[in-house]
Unconditional design. Structure first.
Length: 317
């Protein structure tokens, strides 16, 4: 068992890089997961050249779904993509007990993901995080990534980032293999980045900061824009790794221009779903998120901007 886990950790360490897309979760009329649309979406994103898929993140609206539906979504994606790309799965519950259950059940699926992602949603004290994560990592038979996201922290924790020094302590745990930081704060990212090592990978969660993060030495990024434009996100990473800075900078500018159309972060799943539905990739745009403003106008702006960028050569062919 120990030897098997060691091989899994080594293999993941070599694969844990690049663009990992937090995919949306298509729903049917009854609010359950639309498996067919989810499979179509997974293939669309993988075919765009990305390095991995993140199922049941905030973009996937995990916080609105019962665990059975979360398990269905994770199992469906893992089954569909097979070994074509990396699959990481969010397992954060509303309590420590729920999170433990999720870790055990998801880790024992017939086709399990390659790694799990745990956010500090249920923890009431920043100081207690290392102890919680040590316990969770011991119970997991899969590698675990941390997830720093202010938007989903419970009120009692007062919307604080994970303290960088505590991230450092958690980075030394044997099964903790990295962190996705969605703070959007370059100074915080730089502090966390000090703990980067061959065994601890740092991912940027803010789309506007992908290239600066890569230049700092980040392992990659987790951009929701990869749902609709996987080739653009993958193209930025590919251009950077090939030292084509002019092209990488052009793709980052394109990402920034598209990102500027979003009215706020909470409406992104709905915007992405409307666009994907219009492209025929998913069946409909049902979402638990809401958009403050004229949805039609925002989608029109998005489609127009993507069209303009395509015509000017600012998107990958």
């Amino acid at each position: 068992m120990i030897e098997k886990e060691s091989r899994r950790m080594t293999d993941l360490s070599h694969r844990l890089h690049g663009i990992i897309v937090p995919i949306v979760t298509p729903f049917m009329a009854d609010g359950c997961v639309d498996e067919k649309s989810l499979r179509n979406l997974a293939n669309h994103v993988v075919d765009g050249g990305v390095n991995g898929l993140f199922v049941m993140g905030t973009t996937g609206e995990f916080q609105y779904l019962p665990f059975e539906q979360q398990r269905l979504a994770i199992g469906t994606v893992a089954d569909e993509v097979g070994d074509r790309t990396l699959v990481v799965a969010g397992v954060t519950g509303k309590s420590v007990e729920e999170t433990i259950r999720n870790i055990i059940v998801i880790g024992n699926l017939p086709t399990p993901p390659d790694a799990l992602v745990v956010a500090p949603l249920c923890y009431h004290s920043n100081r207690n995080l290392p102890q919680h994560m040590e316990r969770l990592s011991r119970l997991s038979n899969l590698p675990v990534l941390l997830y720093n996201n202010l938007g989903i922290v419970t009120r009692r924790w007062k919307h604080k980032n994970m303290l960088p020094e505590l991230v450092g302590r958690m980075s030394s745990l044997s099964k903790i293999v990295g962190i996705k930081d969605s703070s959007g704060n370059p100074d915080y990212f730089a502090k966390v980045f000090k703990f980067k090592s061959p065994a601890f990978h740092i991912f940027q969660g803010e789309e506007k900061l992908i290239l600066p993060a890569l230049q700092l030495g980040a392992a990659g990024a987790v951009p929701s824009m990869g749902n609709i434009l996987p080739g653009l996100c993958a193209g930025l990473y590919d251009a950077y790794t090939k030292k084509n800075m002019k092209l990488a900078e052009a793709f980052q500018r394109s990402i920034n221009q598209i990102n500027a159309i979003y009215p706020d972060g909470s409406s992104i799943p709905l915007i992405l779903k409307v666009y994907l539905a219009r492209q025929g990739i998913i069946a409909n745009h049902r979402s638990n998120t809401r958009l403050e403003g004229d949805t039609e106008r925002i989608i029109s702006l998005l489609e127009t901007k993507i069209g303009e960028l395509g015509q000017t050569g600012a998107l990958p062919v």
